[in-house]
Design a protein around this ligand. Structure first.
Ligand code: CO
Length: 510
């Protein structure tokens, strides 16, 4: 597929509007990045208004009669045939979807939801710092209410949750997620039990020595550059929650990380993860700049890229064969040269923990499934919002055998519900599934991969990803990307096989 818009008159007219919308979205992203990094706290209320005004402007542009007329004209012309490139057709598809969605949502609702979520975000931050769910409770109630309302506007077949899931994974149904997650949950719990019963206890303490923040920061810059981040088109900052965002262009992708002096792996692995997101953004075809197609195909495909670099690259012995010497050079008084093996094993240790963001590869999916199950209950009205901390604890106990001592390490740990992103969490595990499937294909096509890593050469892998995933942006749907790249649609067997093989070896399982 060649990614290029034609000179078609309708397409050019649509692009003219779409470029303004893309610019506005880029400005919103910049404001959001600022809110999470440098914005002084007292600016929060005003920032909420700014988001609201900009979202309203976008809504106005997208629902403009001109735009809708152009879209329906384009649709009927595409049906009759000639004059459109494949990229044109994808653009019309995406724009129609957005315009139809926007038309269903009243402008007043957009303004209110945008302002409320920005305020809710600030309340969540406060609640998390104080580890007090009560501070967040009224805002969360409001966000859930807005979620129901939005689903009503958008329409759904069985359950309001469907309408929300669709934001992140277009067309994905709750029942489909369930049918993927149920077996994944059973498998994960079984493997976790086997690992617990195995005699091999791994020692993770090497990661938990005292690592000075300043030197961690230098290492994070280094590792991001090493695997391919273009710092002329991106930057790395710090924030409470590591994240990645594009400022409306693949020439401006920003990532953040968090430093913990008593855990070297947190900043390093988050940086590799977020760099994976940024590499995706930087690899999107420049022909899609400033258009609705110049973005990741879906949250799950996005997450497949970050998890691929974090886990399938960043936890392998071959990667550390190259990068471990950089660690000993940065921390000569803390890490010894002959500890490389223990370091890699520590990174791959399975141990149930309370926090999703620092979970190992196996228990990570259980964290996600727990959230998915709770969201499903919320939107079936089978749990009251004030009961969430208890429900959270109960599920944690059942799946991971742990109970949070406070709200900060329980129900308040994630940012998503604070800004009303219900339906986002499943994308994380779907991303793991896509990553494993891509990885199986990559390994069969690039047999020298491990040798490349040992030499610090990540460009063969990056080129493969650029070619098969990144360049398309939203011009292909997630399922199309998967099919084109791997020859089949999403198949959970790849992740299951990968995890089973990996831990069988590490833990000497029967
Ligand atoms: Co991510």
């Amino acid at each position: 597929m060649t990614i290029k818009f034609s000179k078609n008159r309708l397409v050019q007219k649509l692009l003219k509007i779409d470029r303004v919308v893309s610019d506005l979205k880029g400005i919103i992203a910049l404001l959001g990045w600022d809110q999470e990094t440098y914005m002084p706290p007292k600016a929060a209320a005003n920032r909420a208004k700014q988001f609201s005004s900009l979202s309203s402007l976008i809504h106005e542009k997208v629902t403009l009669n001109d735009n809708r007329k152009l879209l329906s004209e384009a649709k009927s012309q595409i049906k009759t045939g000639a004059g459109f490139s494949e990229t044109d057709v994808a653009l019309v598809r995406e724009l129609r979807k957005e315009s139809e969605k926007a038309a269903k949502l009243p402008r007043k609702f957009i303004e209110m939801a945008s302002e409320e979520s920005s305020l809710s975000l600030e309340a969540w931050k406060k609640a998390r710092r104080a580890s007090d769910f009560e501070i967040f409770l009224p805002h969360l109630r409001k966000m859930v209410k807005l979620g129901f309302k939005e689903a009503d506007y958008l329409g759904f077949r069985k359950n309001p949750y469907e309408a929300l899931l669709d934001h992140f994974e277009p067309g994905l149904k709750e029942a489909e997620v369930e049918s993927i997650f149920e077996p994944l949950k059973k498998f994960s719990l079984r493997l976790l039990r086997q690992i617990k019963n195995s005699k091999a206890a791994l020692d993770g303490s090497i990661l938990l020595r005292r690592y000075e923040t300043r030197r961690q920061k230098e290492l994070c810059q280094k590792v991001a550059g090493l695997i391919g981040l273009d710092f002329e088109a991106g930057r790395l900052d710090r924030s409470t929650h590591p994240f990645s965002t594009r400022i409306g262009s693949s020439f401006d992708t920003r990532i953040t990380t968090r430093y913990q002096e008593n855990d070297l792996s947190f900043s390093l692995m988050s940086t590799i993860h977020e760099t994976g997101h940024a590499l995706y953004e930087q690899g999107i075809s420049k022909n899609l700049e400033r258009t609705s197609l110049g973005d990741g195909a879906s949250m799950a495909i996005h997450e497949s890229q970050s998890r691929l670099w974090e886990n399938f690259v960043g936890r392998t012995p071959s990667f550390w064969r190259f990068f471990y010497p950089h660690l000993t050079a940065a921390f000569p008084e803390i890490l010894r040269k002959n500890e490389e093996g223990s370091f890699v094993l520590a990174l791959n240790k399975v141990e149930p923990s309370l926090l999703r963001t620092s979970a190992d590869e196996l228990t990570y999916n259980l964290h996600v499934i727990l959230r998915f199950e709770i969201e499903a209950l919320i939107f079936k009205k089978e749990v009251k919002i004030e009961e969430l901390p208890d429900l959270w604890s109960k599920k944690m106990k059942t799946y991971l055998g742990l109970e949070p001592k406070n709200d900060a390490e329980g129900v308040l740990q994630d940012i998503h519900w604070a800004f009303g992103s219900f339906g986002y969490f499943p994308s994380y595990s779907l991303g793991n599934l896509y990553a494993a499937q891509f990885w199986a294909k990559i390994k069969s096509e690039l047999p020298a991969l491990e040798k490349n890593f040992e030499e610090g050469n990540f460009s063969p892998l990056l080129s493969w990803l650029r070619q098969n995933v990144h360049q398309f942006g939203k011009a292909l749907r997630p399922s199309e990307i998967c099919l084109k790249a791997t020859g089949e649609t999403l198949n959970p067997k790849y992740l299951v096989a990968y995890l089973e093989d990996k831990y069988q070896e590490i833990y000497n399982l029967p």
